[in-house]
Design a protein around this ligand. Structure first.
Ligand code: SF4
Length: 353
């Protein structure tokens, strides 16, 4: 995949853009002012693979809490600001690594100038987030609704407000809950700017449907070489957002995290409890950090090929199964011996003793 060349933006110790690995973001859904609960959720997000976390800052107590939270967590913290520029200033002073705001809704040029100046003095970038749900009325009227052109003009308008303050440490998002609209908007935006892109499908839905919608939408944008950081937005536990984001990046070969499981869908040829075996292996592999490809296959039709292609694989057949390691047959055994033997070999590969 040829990725768009974007400029680099530093968020704490993470680089967004300029060919850096596509980073994974999520957003807490605790009350930010509840420091302990928020830190606990961020730690769980970090364990799941989150690399940048965003916190809602709806009031001054949250901005102050952000400063305490930042000192207790290992990843960069982004302050999500709406309407009140003073909250942006407070968040910057508290140590936010990045701001997410819309320069058009924080109260005019003087206020944007104050925020841009403070952010620049601290080397803190700003993500301008255009969202189809909050498109400016004049653009809605001009384009007859929410269109890619309207989203892009809105984003570029926000960028221009910051650039007028000589601020260029910018990341852009043009999000919609409509997949094709989002993809077109990012494609169009790429023709106008080299700022890095934050990609997401906004208000994607609940965990199951939203993950699929996000995978299709974010995946479509990424597969065009666009996108420098992603956030999956789900109505659910934010950990699911991170898990989904990792699957998206791993599916496209953009990142490798832990185990990639290849398993067949089963059919009338399957003669072992393959679904049970695949689920047990998947659950076992969940916390393995070593990048490995693991195959769990039902029969000889596709099993040996996929198993040989994997670092370790199992192919079932007629109440027994064959384990492959690094492309070679390792052992043949009865069905009930497969899981323990498989785990034993897997543990050797990942260095568990
Ligand atoms: S690998 Fe075999 S059991 Fe699995 S779906 Fe293909 S034909 Fe069916």
């Amino acid at each position: 995949m040829i990725r768009r060349i974007s400029r680099a933006v530093r968020v704490g110790d993470v680089t967004i853009g300029a060919g850096s690995p596509v980073s994974i973001q999520s957003m807490t859904n605790t009350y930010t002012r509840d420091v302990d609960q928020t830190v606990k959720q961020i730690e769980a997000l970090v364990d799941a693979g989150c690399e940048i976390v965003r916190l809602a800052v709806p009031d001054s107590a949250s901005a102050q809490a952000l400063g305490i939270i930042k000192k207790r967590v290992k990843i960069p913290v982004v302050a999500d600001i709406h309407y009140d520029y003073r909250l942006a200033l407070e968040s910057l002073k508290a140590g936010a690594d990045k701001l997410r705001l819309n320069p058009g809704n924080i109260g005019g040029a003087d206020k944007v100038k104050a925020v841009a100046r403070e952010a620049a003095s601290r080397g803190v970038p700003i993500r301008v987030g255009v969202n189809s749900g909050s498109l400016e009325k004049d653009l809605f009227a001009k384009y007859g609704g929410v269109t890619p052109e309207a989203l892009v003009e809105s984003a570029l308008r926000s960028v221009e407000i910051l650039e007028n303050q000589s601020f260029k440490d910018i990341v852009i998002a043009v999000k919609s809950s409509d997949v094709t609209l989002s993809v077109s908007a990012y494609e169009l935006l790429a023709k106008h700017t080299d700022y890095p892109f934050h990609v997401g499908i906004t208000e994607a839905g609940t965990v199951y449907g939203g993950s699929i919608k996000s995978a299709v939408g974010i995946g479509a944008v990424l597969s065009r070489g666009l996108g420098d950081t992603i956030r999956v937005s789900l109505t659910g536990d934010p950990l699911e957002e991170v898990r989904c984001a990792r699957e998206i990046l791993q599916s496209l070969g953009l990142r490798r995290f832990g185990v990639e499981l290849v398993s067949c869908p089963t059919c009338g040829r399957t003669s072992i409890d393959l679904i049970g075996l695949a689920e047990r292996i998947e659950a076992y592999c969940k916390d393995i950090k070593t990048p490995l490809k693991v195959a769990v296959m039902g029969c000889v039709v596709n099993g040996p090929g996929e198993s040989k292609d994997a670092d370790i694989g199992v192919t079932g057949g007629d109440g027994k199964g064959v384990i492959f390691k690094k492309g070679e047959i390792f052992a043949t055994m009865k069905e009930d011996e497969l899981f323990p033997a498989f785990v034993q070999e897997l543990e050797k590969m990942v260095g568990v003793t």
